[in-house]
Structures are given as C-alpha cells and as structure tokens.
Design a protein around this ligand. Structure first.
Ligand SMILES: [Zn+2]
Length: 125
C-alpha cells in the first residue's frame, strides 16, 4: 500500500453541507464525504470499503474536523453520526479552500517555489 495523503484535498460547499474529496488509501481514486449539521448532530455520509464493512476510517474524523474549521464560530456538534451512503458529485457545488488547510496549501506553494522575493507576500496580506 502506498503512502497516500491522509487529508482532504478538495472541498465544496453544497448548501449547508460541506463535501470533501478524500484520497483512497488503496487506489488512485477519491471518496466524496459529505457532512451536514442537524442540531447537535453532525451527519457524515460517504461510502468507502472500510465504512461499508462497519469499520472506522479516517474520512469521518477528517470530515468532522473540517466541518468544525469551516464553521469555526459555531459551537461544534457534540455527536457525529456515520452514514454509509455514496455521495454523488454535483456541478452545483461551490469549490472552497479545504477548511483547516488553507494556509498549509498556501505556504506549501511557497516552499515548492523556492525563493520568497516579497511579491508572493502581497497575496497573503
Ligand atoms: Zn471512509
């Protein structure tokens, strides 16, 4: 098994739901993981082999964490309910930076790009 990235790599806002693309650890693919709040419960829907087999997977934790980051000003839901249900991608979703990784992605580019000549800073400020 390769060393797959254990973090969401893309995010979308779908109404009041947050949808994340999480890389599969066993293949090149991605799983779509949707999280939506219902009162004090965060429902997280997706379908991966581990979840389908009733096992824990990192996708649910990642979605709960990203949801908290996304709605940082709210008191986080106290419960997470897992739902094994495939999520179909929709072109109506609006792509947003992955919550909790906005800066990592930004600075990751700087590291890759080498020199910081000051010009890039303007984008941050
Ligand atoms: Zn999963």
């Amino acid at each position: 098994m390769g060393k797959a990235l254990r973090r969401p790599v893309k995010a979308w806002q779908a109404g009041e739901a947050l949808v994340l693309a999480c890389p599969s650890s066993s293949s090149e693919g991605y799983y779509l993981v949707a999280a939506k709040r219902f009162g004090d419960v965060l429902k997280v829907a997706h379908s991966c082999p581990a979840a389908s087999a009733g096992r824990r997977c990192w996708h649910v934790d990642a979605a709960a964490e990203a949801f908290r980051e996304w709605r940082w000003w709210e008191v986080p839901p106290s419960e997470v309910e897992r739902m094994v249900r495939p999520v179909a991608w929709s072109s109506a979703w609006e792509e947003i930076p992955v919550p909790g990784y906005e800066f990592e992605d930004m600075f990751g580019e700087l590291e890759m790009g080498g020199r910081d000549d000051g010009r890039q800073r303007k984008h941050i400020a």
